[in-house]
Design a protein around this ligand. Structure first.
Ligand code: SF4
Length: 468
């Protein structure tokens, strides 16, 4: 029987089935400072980590993005400093690998594992962050879990799950000038909605994804959760293997050849059935921007803030009205008339080398007229960008070049918006207060974020680049 990519991985990981739930083997578990509850529960029950070599920890959510030369002692806020130290203590105690604050490989838990070759096709990966779906870009099944499930994973290297439905999203054709992977996923979410993937695992298929870089595929899979999906995935291919080969944790020699034989069997078989399918043309996708307070509330930058009275669905109309009020906007105003106070280029959605390159390309066209931060996703990305001279381009254009971490994506390390401040952000969530209490977020691509920084308002990057 023809099988989907998801079904092939799922079936390979079932240990036992009981009353409709399946116990699945977990290949990799990823933690950050916020995982302290899972460690505490483990210790309360007097248990230890079953497979420490398959567990990895990352200092990312709480690390500051400036003053890092002083290490952990340079963190002024005692609460934040303790969170960073606690993860170090737990990692040492349980014998798990930590990519800590002083590690030259430090970075976000969805940026570092792909860089290190920890993320591989066919694996089942659980992470203590909902954007673990990012890793699905390599043709693995990856999803975020809470503290109770994480404790179970720690103690047994397994997890109980119910089966998921499958949704294939087909996007075909070439992306237009100034359109990026971020615009593709924002356009998908605008089309299917924030509940469009609920109860499903999404497979992204079609020529647009086949020709996309691994960085772009990670951006797309990263935001699957914003469409309500359990996970998102893209079948592995030559682009995947080329990205992985030679990375520290990737298999070598005969092990690589054996792995390739398995990986090449993973793509969805011809004739396999999905519970749902959605199709889009890449040529119809424009640079996107969100106007509201969930990732579905967005559209092409050439559009306008909607009038809730024009929205037929009563609940959607109420949600739009509430979002417009919170965001301090007026129905009908052009999106390009929205003035911005701050720009953030970073997060596990858009802080890879390709994102920094795209940002620098646009930054060459002017100078930021508002505070604008670039926060690379890892030390490796940072050093690569510096080797390419991208930091100099960005600094010359009045951007702040910071150290790696989650930073303004989730605003728990001290980097945050002030009440009422408006940010064009390359992160993945525009919920009320996500970037700081009272802060207002507009999700965009890196190129669009830089365009906003140069103009001080949301701007169509294509117009800016045409004039170059
Ligand atoms: S960058 Fe944001 S979404 Fe990504 S891991 Fe950090 S907090 Fe989570």
């Amino acid at each position: 029987m023809p099988l989907t990519l998801f079904e092939k991985i799922w079936q390979r990981h079932v240990v036992v089935e009981e009353e409709g739930e399946l116990l699945l083997h977990v290949d990799r578990a990823l933690f950050h400072e916020g995982s302290s509850h899972a460690f505490a529960k483990l210790e309360q029950q007097g248990r230890s980590i079953a497979r420490p070599q398959q567990v990895f920890a990352f200092n990312d959510h709480y690390v500051p993005t400036t003053g890092r030369d002083k290490g952990v002692n340079g963190i002024a806020n005692a609460e934040i400093r303790n969170m960073v130290i606690q993860l170090q203590t737990n990692a040492t105690k349980h014998g798990i690998t930590l990519f800590g604050i002083d590690d030259p490989r430090q970075g976000i838990l969805h940026i570092v594992p792909p860089e290190q070759g920890i993320t591989q096709p066919g694996l089942l990966i659980c992470g203590a962050d909902s954007h673990t779906a990012t890793h699905g870009a390599f043709g693995c099944l990856a999803f975020g879990i809470g503290a109770s499930d994480m404790m179970h994973v720690m103690a047994t290297q397994t997890i109980w799950q119910r089966s998921q439905k499958t949704l294939r999203i087909n996007v075909n054709g070439s992306l237009g000038f100034g359109v990026s992977a971020k615009d593709v996923i924002l356009a998908i979410i605008a089309k299917i909605g924030v509940a469009g993937g609920t109860g499903h695992v999404i497979e992204y298929a079609g020529s647009t994804f086949r020709t996309m870089s691994m960085e772009g595929r990670m951006t797309v899979c990263n935001m699957s959760i914003e469409a309500g999906a359990r996970a998102g995935m893209i079948a592995p291919d030559e682009t995947t293997y080329a990205y992985m080969q030679g990375r520290p944790y990737a298999p070598k020699g005969a092990a690589w050849d054996a792995a390739m034989m398995l990986w090449k069997q993973l793509p969805t078989d011809a004739g396999a059935c999905f519970d749902r399918e959605v199709s889009m043309n890449a040529a119809d996708i424009a640079p996107m921007v969100t106007w509201g307070t969930n990732p579905e509330q967005g559209g092409p930058v050439t559009g306008a803030v909607p009038n809730p009275r024009d929205i037929e669905d009563e609940i959607a109309a109420q949600e739009a009205a509430s979002a417009i009020e919170y965001q301090g906007l007026t129905p009908g105003m052009a999106l390009t008339d929205i003035k911005v106070d701050k720009v953030f280029i970073g997060s596990c959605t858009n802080s890879r080398i390709e994102d920094i390159r795209a940002a620098a390309e646009v930054a060459k066209l002017g100078r930021a007229v508002i505070p604008a931060w670039v926060v690379p996703g890892s030390q490796l990305v940072k050093r690569q960008a510096e080797r390419e001279g991208l930091d100099k381009i960005l600094i010359a254009a009045n951007f702040e070049w910071r150290d790696p971490g989650c930073s303004l994506c989730t605003a728990i390390n001290g980097d945050q918006l002030q009440p009422g401040e408006r940010c064009a952000s390359t992160s993945n969530r525009n919920f009320k207060g996500r970037q700081g209490t009272g802060g207002r977020t507009h999700l965009v691509s890196p190129a669009m974020a830089v365009a906003a920084a140069l103009k001080g308002r949301l701007t169509d990057v294509r117009e800016l680049m045409k004039g170059a």
